[in-house]
Write a protein that binds this ligand. Structure first.
Ligand code: TXA
Ligand code: MG
Length: 371
């Protein structure tokens, strides 16, 4: 592997990578770790491979895929050629690529004929990302072709951040899952469009924050789609399919409590728990952000009963949204495995990674309580 920025020397890893390359060359779909979430990867330039991705995931065919590259050289081969016969990266992305790649940022670029229209669902743009995970990078550079990879969950479920999550969803459907441990970011990449007529826009908040992108040259007017503006055109296109489809949903019903004041938020949770219990014997899961709900109730004799029969998973401290992002899907999936009937989640502020966390939580929730 001739990339000076990383080196993989473990013989087991190398042999698994070789096996993976063989499978990918034969148009198979395999699961790979990335720094965001696990991906369901296949040759982005092969129509046969692409069709398999949609089939394995049971993904709606109007939801386009992200193409993963392992170098700028590879990226240029995918772009429409200029007069000098070179694939040109739009200038607006230059500094941004320098700063954030490799990493959890996906950018929209003009699509060339090399990429099957099934990848982009016939859109004129293609979403591209240069991941930083050493295994992903090594794999793509060994393949010598880009990999299309959506998140490796069954459509609608929370994205996988552990190899075991992929196994739960796709066991028997794919020939290989590469286990790279827990994903570091835990939410998907930021999908960013700086070439559309609407000016620079974050279509999906993710691992690279609004605050980080906003600091870059030419980004004074950066907006977040759906938060800062809404566009009928955009909504009609599959550019924000997450809005159209049920997403990030565990089997249990999710109730999101979005109340800034922690004491008030906990009072609302008490009320909800009592209400749910009145309606029958339900197992309740709590995804806590901050101090443990259970231990706060156990401190007080009068409140003790509230904590009984509750299964709690602490996502982390709300002052560290990056921790919460990392644990979010793992927590949702964990409570599902515990067979809870409903999950009460405490929201956090939309600052930094909090924006991506709240975006995912609002999509997974069947009810949002904000007063
Ligand atoms: O972090 C990630 O991005 C992960 C890992 C595996 O790389 N992948 C991922 O893929 O989240 P997926 O398929 O779950 O989400 C891709 C998102 C979708 O919301 C899709 O609509 C958007 O990217 N997308 C893809 N192509 C697009 C395009 N041409 N225009 C606008 N949005 C696009
Ligand atoms: Mg996905």
């Amino acid at each position: 592997i001739e990339d000076p920025k990383f080196s993989i020397s473990d013989p087991n890893t190398i042999s698994i990578l070789k096996e993976a390359v063989e499978l990918l060359k034969e148009d198979n779909v395999i699961a790979i770790p990335t720094e965001t979430v696990y991906g369901l990867a296949s040759n982005a330039l092969s129509l046969n491979s692409i069709k398999k991705i949609y089939a394995v995931k049971d993904r709606p065919t109007d939801n386009p895929l992200i193409v993963h590259v392992s170098s700028l050289k590879m990226l240029r081969t995918l772009l429409p050629k200029n007069d000098d016969n070179v694939g040109e990266i739009p200038e607006i992305y230059e500094q941004i690529i320098k700063k954030f790649w490799p990493g959890p940022l996906t950018i929209l670029l003009p699509k060339s004929l090399l990429i099957p229209s099934e990848v982009t669902c016939s859109l004129p743009t293609v979403a591209v990302r240069f991941p930083s995970h050493p295994i992903t990078r090594a794999l793509i550079s060994l393949c010598e072709f880009p990999l299309a990879a959506p998140s490796a969950n069954t459509s609608g479920k929370p994205s996988p951040t552990l190899a075991s999550h992929v196994f739960t969803d796709l066991n028997g459907k794919i020939p290989l899952i590469i286990d790279g441990g827990q994903c570091n970011f835990g939410v998907e990449s930021t999908v960013f469009d700086a070439i559309g007529s609407h000016g620079p826009v974050i279509l999906r908040p993710g691992g690279i924050t609004f605050e980080a992108l906003y600091k870059m040259p030419g980004m004074e007017n950066l907006r977040v789609y759906k938060k800062d503006f809404f566009d009928k055109e955009l909504e009609m296109n599959p550019t924000t399919p997450g809005m159209k489809y049920r997403h990030y949903s565990p089997d249990a019903k999710v109730i999101l409590v979005e109340i800034d004041d922690k004491d008030k938020s906990r009072d609302v949770m008490d009320r909800e728990i009592e209400k749910i219990r009145k309606n029958g014997k339900m197992t309740i899961g709590i995804l806590a952000t901050g101090t443990s709900y259970i231990s706060s109730k156990e401190k007080n004799e009068n409140n003790k009963s509230l904590s009984q029969g509750i299964i709690e998973y602490t996502l982390g401290d709300s002052m560290h949204p990056e921790q919460i992002a990392k644990e979010l899907f793992k927590g949702l999936r964990h409570l599902d495995e515990c067979n809870v009937d409903c999950i009460i989640v405490e929201g956090i502020s939309e600052k930094e990674e909090g924006l991506a966390v709240m975006n995912r939580l609002r999509k997974s929730a069947s009810r949002i309580i904000n007063e």
